[in-house]
Write a protein that binds this ligand. Structure first.
Ligand code: PLP
Length: 458
């Protein structure tokens, strides 16, 4: 799986020249970074926005469909799509219309509205779970699910997979180290050791899961159907089904977090594979880019929740935030579910993602690089491994930040945006064949430089 050393050395050289090129071509972004930096550290309202390889942030003037225009007037074909928040394009017209209309009629009231019943029906019929709640972020949805699962089962522990990410949920900040669960040292400001109440298992290892469940203290298995927040790991056939069956046997609940795997199809991986989890989470793009997430659950879970609520000590539950489920969000979600996340949109996205994956494969095969390209519906991902990855440890070994960053920065300087901390490329309903061809062409150019076919110009 190792990266050819000369490729990595050229990647470092490429990053250096591309950073200069970026600085040269973005005078207004440079100025804006200085202005914004007076009150926002690094010039950004969220510190992750500094994770791009650029010497200062790229400032956006406008984003529409699959095109982002920066304040220097450069137009980009966007395959980052807000790290899935804008997976269905920037400002999809039906969502923008719904927001504008609802904005005249109230934004938030801490009351349900005339839209609530309809949105519930839309969620239930699309994803197959009868009951739903709305939160402001996927992190909040996962946190709520963790809390509910503990309250319903009376058990303390959460099982997650090594290499996972589920947002700000502390319980998921664990990893496997020599077979033992450890809290991730990167987690800031954490007072309690979450490894006391969370266990990590290797993905695609049902025996390991079964052993952990046998202790009888697991409240919830929280997982994505495929690990998407490391180098992409797809589930082996029968793994998720086996997981659901094992959890049921041992009295644990299962939540499938589809925040990224919604790329698999209009009903996510869950519907595409006819799965029946206890909880289902979808965040980011579900309201077309407005902050929103949903979690769904079974009738059995709903009945157990009611029992818990009826008998609980009066006072705050620790589940919910004030603006969750507000009227504006529901209006956007309704439009997104009915008019944007359509079967036709997915057919277009998936077909173009296949074209993209094939195009990337040609560049890799031409140079016999030890890499593969994985596709999950509307998402194509370059993986630095010759064979599909099996678990988080293999995925971690396959990540090469230098090569990844060199490719991303080279693409950005050719007006193509790819998310900085992933090797994923997302295709939106608004993505065109020309966008795909532009990415594939420039990826091939980048590989040419990394493989020494051309000199890296100083
Ligand atoms: C699988 C998964 N779940 C949850 C989240 C958290 O989403 P948010 O940052 O919107 O809370 C993410 C974010 O990347 C994610 O990838």
């Amino acid at each position: 799986m190792s990266m050819p050393t000369e490729v990595r050395a050229r990647a470092a050289a490429l990053i250096a020249t591309e950073r200069l090129r970026f600085a040269d071509r973005h005078p207004l972004s440079r100025q804006m970074a200085a202005n914004a930096g007076e009150h926002f550290p690094g010039g950004v309202p969220l510190h992750w926005m500094l994770d791009w390889e650029t010497p200062f942030p790229l400032f956006v003037r406008e984003a529409n469909g699959s095109t982002v225009t920066d304040i220097d007037g450069r137009r980009y074909a966007d395959f980052c799509l807000g790290d899935t928040g804008a997976m269905f394009g920037h400002s999809p017209a039906p969502v923008a219309r719904a927001i504008a209309e609802q904005a005249q009629r109230g934004l938030t009231a801490m009351l349900p509205s005339s839209l609530t019943a309809e949105v519930g029906t839309l969620l239930a019929s699309r994803f197959g779970l009868p009951f739903w709640q709305v939160t402001a972020t996927a992190s909040d949805a996962n946190r709520a699910v963790v809390r509910w699962a503990r309250a319903l089962t009376g058990r303390r522990k959460v099982l997650v997979f090594d290499g996972c990410y589920h947002g700000q949920v502390e319980d998921a900040f664990v990893k496997l180290e020599d077979g033992e669960t450890k809290m991730k040292p990167s987690l800031l400001g954490q007072a309690n050791d979450v490894a006391q109440t969370s266990v990590a298992a290797p993905f695609n290892d049902l025996d390991a899961v079964e052993r952990l469940l046998a202790a009888g203290d697991i409240a919830l298995i929280l997982t994505e159907p495929a690990l998407t927040n490391t180098a992409m790991v797809l589930p082996e056939p029968g793994f998720i089904e086996g997981l659901l069956a094992a959890a049921r046997r041992h009295g644990a609940l299962v939540c499938l977090d589809e925040t990224h795997t919604i790329s698999a199809g209009p009903g996510g991986f869950t519907r595409a594979h006819d799965l029946a989890p206890d909880f289902f989470v979808l965040g980011k793009p579900v309201a077309g880019g407005l902050p929103a997430a949903v979690f769904g659950f079974t009738s059995a879970v709903e009945a157990a929740m009611r029992r818990v609520l009826e008998t609980k000590t009066p006072g705050y539950s620790g589940i919910g935030t004030t603006l969750s489920g507000n009227m504006l969000t529901l209006a956007a979600m309704r439009a997104c579910l009915i008019e944007v996340m359509t079967g036709d949109a997915y057919a277009h996205m998936t077909a173009l993602a296949s074209r993209l994956a094939d195009g990337l494969r040609v560049g890799v095969a031409k140079r016999q690089l030890p890499w593969t390209v994985t596709q999950l519906g509307a998402r194509a991902e370059l993986v630095f491994s010759t064979r599909p990855l099996r678990n988080g440890a293999e995925a971690a070994a396959a990540i090469d930040h230098t090569v990844e960053r060199a490719i991303h920065l080279f693409l950005l300087n050719r007006d193509v945006l790819v998310t900085p901390f992933h090797n994923m490329t997302l295709v939106a309903p608004s993505t065109t064949q020309a966008d795909i061809d532009k990415l594939v062409h420039n990826f091939d150019e980048a590989l040419g430089l990394l493989c020494g076919e051309k000199e890296i110009a100083a």
